[in-house]
Design a protein around this ligand. Structure first.
Ligand code: AMP
Ligand code: MN
Ligand code: MN
Ligand code: MN
Length: 286
């Protein structure tokens, strides 16, 4: 039987147009409200520019908004995403760190443009920036532009053909190491959570090694419940959290209402016995 998903009252991972989501922060909060979620975190990639607008709408709709960010990072050679929750967006250590990543993104956009031009596709950076609608440009925007130009059928094909690791327009990423990124989140008074652990396709041993290293660096939790995760991941990740003494988080990774994206609040609750990361900040839900 298909797994039933009641709407989760809390969703701590989602994107707006401040990164590669397709909705404005205000519209996103409106949609969160409509979905029946009461506590949300806006976690745009590598910047916090959407938080101010989101906060105004959240206040108006009585949504509890947790300020967040999803930071691109790496552990050993593995690219990982670290969600910072309850961060003080005014903190200069955090903002200086994020500005380094945004500078890398600008350089990478130029490189992707050059590699696509080598493959006979010109005008990609300008096209991707026009799709972005904010300062942050990412591979999703290149993917959407490639689809709009009729070069690819959908985003998945754009990643499989051009943007994904090892493909024609792939630029090896040079993200900031995990320990440093966790340090920025701490400096900003936040909690560091490992995003979507199932998506890195690591062996059991390697995932455990990553989580131990993350915990030793000061990471407090992991996303035990994420949007569109494989069967059994939730239980497996819940057990790992308990064994390692880490808290659990839940987040859809919503990017927009279009097909192919996870829905807001479409999440199972944390398995029994897993400490909710939000309780560390005094929020009690269930
Ligand atoms: P970036 O941070 O610019 O390297 O881009 C990574 C983003 O691309 C992720 O956050 C996803 O939103 C998106 N993405 C990654 N893989 C795929 C895929 N196969 N199809 C569509 N979007 C993807
Ligand atoms: Mn994304
Ligand atoms: Mn991510
Ligand atoms: Mn995300």
């Amino acid at each position: 039987m298909a797994q039933q998903y009641p709407v989760s009252p809390i969703d701590l991972h989602m994107h707006s147009m401040a990164s590669d989501g397709t909705m404005t922060p205000a519209d996103l909060v409106q949609r969160v409200h409509g979905a029946g979620v009461r506590v949300m975190a806006l976690t745009d990639h590598d910047n916090t520019a959407g938080l101010e607008e989101a906060a105004i709408q959240a206040e108006a709709l009585d949504i509890r908004l947790i300020p967040g960010v999803e930071i691109s990072s790496e552990w050993e050679t593995q690219g990982i995403h670290i969600v910072g929750l309850f961060v003080d967006q005014k903190n200069s250590v955090l903002q200086e760190g994020l500005s380094r990543i945004m500078a890398f993104r600008d350089w990478r956009a130029m490189e992707i443009d050059r590699l696509l031009a080598n493959a006979g596709i010109t005008g990609a950076e300008a096209g991707a920036r026009a799709m972005a609608g904010s300062r942050m440009v990412g591979r999703s925007h290149f993917g959407r532009w490639l689809v709009r130009e009729g070069r690819c059928a959908d985003a998945n094909e754009a990643f499989g053909k051009y943007l994904g690791r090892g493909c024609k327009a792939y630029v090896p990423s040079n993200w900031i190491p995990m320990t440093e990124v966790v340090g920025w989140i701490h400096a900003a008074g936040g909690y560091a959570v490992l995003a979507h652990p199932g998506r890195y396709k690591l062996s059991g041993t390697r995932l455990r090694a990553l989580l131990s290293a993350f915990r030793d660096a000061g990471g407090v939790g992991l996303e035990v419940c994420t949007g569109s995760q494989a069967a059994g991941d939730r239980e497996h990740l819940g057990r790992l959290a308990q064994q390692l003494g880490m808290a659990g988080s839940v987040g859809s990774d919503f990017h927009g209402p279009d097909a192919g994206h996870a829905a807001i609040g479409h999440l199972l609750p944390l398995p029994d016995g897993v400490e909710p990361v939000w309780e560390r900040a005094g929020i009690h839900l269930y």
